[in-house]
Design a protein around this ligand. Structure first.
Ligand code: TMP
Ligand code: ASP
Length: 243
């Protein structure tokens, strides 16, 4: 029944994002997210459809969110519907992305001149505005509260949760022989609580194989490094086999 609510010819799409469709849920408190096969980078400038990517990201993110729930982190997930669709709590998304870094890479390396792969002496947390139109610009805590994107208490809670999520997910990846370099989180307000929304997947993380150092995430696509889905498949396989 639920599969019928949100299929390819779905009439109930509320919003189409770059990598997900947001569809009407089963009641006023829920939504269905459907993972797409589309992969984009550089704020949508580079785009490709990789058949099967949606399924992989759904499986990886659901596995990680299930693990986080078991470890006391409330997420938006209610239940998986099918291979690409998940029923989630309808939260009011905080329009601030939280980026956590353990090792220098990406924009951090570029901006601060720190060689990619340099371990950071402490985990860093930074924020960007969730806005494709503005290109997700970096923003600091006082600017966030000044504009009213989030309250000080919410920001503090997001940072605390992000650091705990980092500790938990990093340990899980370590068991799977994968280094969690950095990742991006989104939170939402739901019935007075701040809950983890969106996804944690190779689209939103940097993940390096411990043995080879090979990249297994969206940098494969951003930097044209080879078979993108092969990297994503390895992430799912190693997480499944080692946990
Ligand atoms: P960055 O080094 O490009 O700032 O990216 C940091 C992390 O955030 C990396 O794991 C990829 C993730 N990320 C997203 O999930 N969405 C985005 O739009 C960007 C720019 C990065
Ligand atoms: N998420 C952004 C995009 O899809 C940027 C990126 O991941 O590089 O275009």
């Amino acid at each position: 029944m639920n599969n019928m609510i949100c299929n390819n010819t779905c009439q109930s799409v509320l919003y189409e994002g770059k990598s997900k469709l947001i569809c009407k849920g089963i009641d006023d408190d829920s939504l269905i997210i459907r993972y797409k096969d589309t992969l984009t980078a550089f704020n949508g400038e580079k785009k490709e459809v990789l058949s099967g990517k949606g399924k992989l990201n759904a499986a990886i993110s659901n596995l990680l969110y299930d693990y986080l729930e078991k470890n006391g982190i409330e997420t938006h997930i209610i239940r998986q519907i099918d291979e690409t669709s998940t029923l989630v709590k309808k939260a009011d998304i905080v329009m601030v992305e939280v980026i956590v870094r353990n090792i220098a890479a990406g924009s951090f390396s570029k901006k601060y001149g720190v060689a990619e792969g340099t371990p950071l002496k402490n985990t860093t947390v930074e924020f960007s505005v969730k806005s494709d139109k503005l290109g997700d610009p970096l923003i600091n805590a006082s600017q966030i509260t000044a504009i009213g994107l989030a309250a000080k208490q919410e920001l503090d809670e997001m940072v605390e949760k992000a650091l705990l999520i980092n500790t938990l997910v990093r340990a899980l990846f370590k068991k799977a022989g994968i280094t969690l370099v950095d990742f991006k989180l989104e939170f939402g307000r739901y019935k007075g609580r701040l809950i983890l929304c969106d996804e944690i997947s190779p689209d939103s993380c940097r993940l390096w194989a411990e043995d080879t150092g090979n990249k297994l995430d969206k940098d494969l696509f951003r930097q044209d490094l080879g078979d993108v889905l092969d990297g994503y498949r390895k992430v799912l396989f190693q997480l499944t086999m080692n946990n």
